[in-house]
Design a protein around this ligand. Structure first.
Ligand code: TMP
Length: 207
């Protein structure tokens, strides 16, 4: 694996999409080849699973089914897109990855973080991110940023989103070397500068 794997995580409304764009623009300006993708999704199958997960009306998946559908999308993305790009030497920038499953399904849905590590570890093998940036923000603030029609998870109660935040902080405690939190209540440029600082500190890109 020659490339480097960066993931951006955080609760709904934390500003991940804005930051993914800023990071990819920055890297491309430095002539660094970067592949941007997202979860769930990023492959034809993954996008179908995403639609099922986020727009399904009526019967919701039980937590175990939800965890496995996210894992299915991830396995497909990893094998079809992420691993080949890393082998080519690209920087892969992924909007959400395994840590979302640990925080949302493992902690907020109560399935257990260890259980989710086991399920995902089975197919991730050594392909865990090199660095993960968690955009940390109080859900009372982040949920206000969401505009338009909310998807199935965004419609969850505030209590659920509070547990998601707790879940991410637990993940950071579990993997302090790989996972860094960034205060996402700041303005987008300040958040970006903090992310850049962490990426540079990790040695993934030269200063
Ligand atoms: P987003 O791409 O707009 O952030 O939406 C994806 C939603 O799916 C978001 O609410 C978080 C949720 N999610 C999980 O619950 N588990 C996962 O493993 C992933 C990748 C996302």
């Amino acid at each position: 694996m020659k490339g480097k794997f960066i993931t951006i995580e955080g609760p709904d409304g934390a500003g991940k999409t804005t930051q993914v764009k800023k990071i990819s623009d920055y890297l491309r300006c430095k002539n660094i080849e970067v592949l941007v993708t997202r979860e769930p999704g990023g492959t034809a199958l993954g996008e179908k699973l995403r639609e099922m997960l986020l727009t399904l009306e009526g019967e919701s998946p039980v937590p175990e089914a939800e965890a496995l559908i996210y894992a299915a999308s991830r396995a497909q993305l990893l094998n079809k897109v992420i691993s080949p790009a890393l082998k080519r030497g690209c920087i892969v920038l992924c909007d959400r990855f395994v840590d979302s499953s640990l925080a949302y399904q493992g902690w907020a849905r109560g399935l257990g973080i260890k259980e989710l590590i086991n399920i995902n570890g089975w197919f991730l093998k050594d392909c865990w991110p090199d660095i993960t940036l968690i955009l940390d923000i109080d859900p009372c603030q982040s949920l206000k940023r969401l505009q338009g029609k909310k998807d199935r998870l965004e419609r969850e109660a505030l209590e659920f989103h509070k547990r998601v935040r707790e879940g991410f902080l637990k993940v950071q405690n579990l993997y302090p070397d790989r996972v860094k939190t960034v205060d996402a209540s700041l303005n987008p440029e300040e958040v970006f500068q903090k992310i850049l600082f962490e990426i540079k500190k990790s040695g993934i890109i030269k200063m």
